[in-house]
Ligand binder design. Sequence first.
Ligand SMILES: Nc1ncnc2c1ncn2[C@@H]1O[C@H](COP(=O)(O)OP(=O)(O)OP(=O)(O)O)[C@@H](O)[C@H]1O
Length: 239
Amino acid sequence: MAFLEVSNITRRFGGLVALNAVSFDVEKGEILGIIGPNGAGKTTLFGVISGFIPPSSGNVVYDGESIIGVSPDRLVRRGLMRSFQIVQSFADMTALDVVTTAALTRRPMREAIDYAAQALLRVGLGGKEHKTPATLSLQDKKLLELAKCIATDPRCILLDEVMAGLTMAETAAPIAIIEELNKQGVTIVMVEHVMPVIMRLAQRMVVINFGEKIAQGTPDEILKDQRVVDAYFGDHLDA
Ligand SMILES: Nc1ncnc2c1ncn2[C@@H]1O[C@H](COP(=O)(O)OP(=O)(O)OP(=O)(O)O)[C@@H](O)[C@H]1O
């Protein structure tokens, strides 16, 4: 049995079918990349897996149990954490407050603050603990999302476009953090538009187009798949 099993997930918004019977497995310890054009349904898929969006039908099994209907908070306590494209916080919260809030899902207050400070150090944000997220650079905002994930002691992280908007040089830090987490046994599922990054990190990839899975395979297999090239790569190979 795979660590994460997505089976026949369909999600409708009114008449729009954002996801149509999408199925794939994620093995423990792997890095799975998910790609697809804008509006393909990737964020909706992450919302379903992480408990934020109920599916219209289908099932998600995490570590042997169905997690449909389980709240995002409870999933985080079970080690399933997702990042967001935009750091969400109240205006007067510092980076340390934001990460402490994440750490509190699994630790008491005093420990959570220490653990959050360590997570910030680990992503290279040492010294920026007391800045508000709004004043951080885009790269630091992305690193803050990673620190939030790390602070929850995840076993599986869903990363939503952590490289978006970064220069290739700026992607080096998040890439190193993701590789290190994975080496420590954390399973990673990542949605990413930056092709050189996902091609390098992902052991396997799933391609979604108009809410449907159109291909899966190793990065090399995906590059050679004509349906994928037609649907996606024409626009994104140089990205
Ligand atoms: N809450 C919602 N209500 C109505 N339609 C929605 C909602 N959320 C998403 N959609 C629609 O579902 C489809 C899939 O959107 P989704 O954001 O999941 O795509 P995506 O692949 O993540 O796109 P992007 O790469 O631009 O983030 C789109 O047509 C979108 O407009």
